[in-house]
Write a protein of this length. Sequence first.
Length: 623
Amino acid sequence: MNKLNDVIDGIIERLRKDQKEDGSWGYAFDTGIKTDCYTIILIKTLHLTEYENLVEKLVKRIESMQSKSGGFKLYRDEKEDNLSLTIEAYVALLYSGYRRAQDLSMTTIENRIRKLGGLAKADMFTKVLLATTGHLDWPKLFPIPVEFILLPPSFPVNFYDFSVFGRSNIAPILLLADSKFQIPKTTETPDISHLYVRELYWWSEDRGWNGFTKAIKKGVNNLIGLPNELHTLGRKQAENYMLDRLEDDGTLLSYYSSTFFMIYALLSVGYTKDHKVIKKAARGLLSMNTTVKDTIHIQYTTAHIWNTSLISHALQTAGASPDDTMVMRANHYLLQRQHTKFGDWAIYQPNLGPGGWGFSHSNTFNPDVDDTTASLRSIQKSLHSHPNYQSSWYRGLSFTLGMQNQDGGFPAFEKGVDKTFLHLLPVQGAEFLLTDPSTPDLTGRTLEFLGESAHLYKDSGAIKRGVNWLIENQRRDGSWYGRWGICYIYGTWAALTGLQAVGVSKEHPSVQEGIDWLKSIQQDDGGWGESCESDSQKTYIPLSKSTVTQTAWAVDALIAYEKEETVAIKKGMEFLLQNWNHEDWTMDYPLGQGMAKAFYIHYHSYRYVFPLLTMGHYKRKFM
């Protein structure tokens, strides 16, 4: 008991120390070196000489992440170096000017690229980067013509069938591919032609996506207007799509990749490098820098809302009063960040008012279900003592319920954007980039909120449909897949805590199977650990060591259903208490998924949030 209280107090004091002046927590959203590589290329190709000092620091970070075999990995136990990331690192280091191709360190990277297949096997986004910077030729035909953006939402196949994350990235790429734009080469542009190991194709010759492109062409042909006029109109529409979704910091929906490609897309339609939109967008990206250990990292986005909502709720679960100054400041920050603008989600739901929350500090009109329910959990205990929270609460609750898909599950950003035929497109990570389907983790976490915090009636239609969807989407081994975390531990935790909160008993077969599965994968040290390989392989793959965060997820799920402390819970709690502040590689291991095989996320807040949440639940139930 004393040990538990000491750990809880230690985490709370650390959080108190790290809280920012505005009430938020700015823990890093660490996606590895991909954005660092792109930033060097951005600075050099736009000639942003005032950021030269940053380039040197980013070189240091990139090289600190190099694997023993010479390349670069998305995560520590990736089976071999990641080809696309290794290419991006190599090109960025050459662009930096601090490394030359003939340097021993660079020839080592070059040899890894050759061994892994060269540029030909790079993913689509890497090829777009290389084509934009003049190192590859654009394909003669891109599978999606820019006129595609003109098709109305009522058309069976249209731009708004893509997820908002997909649209924000595809819109600038459509312009770049249509223009076949390339930044003019200079004497400082590196030569990477030696990396052509074999003839380069942009995508597989598997033409399963031909039916989709034919449907697009048929739709475009049915548009009223002359071909040249439609083409010009399509280009203008793509430009306007981006400009209409700029945040106050100049970024496109606060995402790094969409903003990066937008900058070059705008150059392709005539903007100059000194244009105020270009300069503001670049500053917006560069402002997302943070310190990770002794290096500088450019975040893909900031995670202030997510960090703050999770931490505030965990603090209150662990015993902090809603009137604690730390909690009050956090909740006041969240109230200020609730959305009042209509976003793309309103295209298919024009009668649903704004009221959600986004992920990043600068996000004002691209809310998501998970941040919304997390923020609502945070303010729930303040509703009676702070009446001004009530309006915020009901708007957020209405938004959440309005996002439930027809199948009963919950998506991340938009309702009804789940057409699986889009996965046929030759687009990297199409399953995750182009669609936004219901997922077990989002559905489970939303049910947990609706039952535990919103106190929705257990027999309500929304809950019944959510429960049915979860049960129908359980895997044969008893686990659930987690789209936004790693991976089956995350999904199973979310599903079980959600089912428990809405009254599904322990005797239900799905619950029993989920609990049994979690117990079956507990490691000898008492903890749980899962590899990012699970996500790319689509099956559970254990990590060689347990992690604090994944152990907290698993123990929290077991606590939700067990009436007494079991052996599994006891061993898991012992692991948490012994290792919560232990420093080793597991504390840096990415446990969030951005896009499979593209980038994974190390949330620097998770080491505090989820152990604290689980310890709070343990203390309430068993002490």
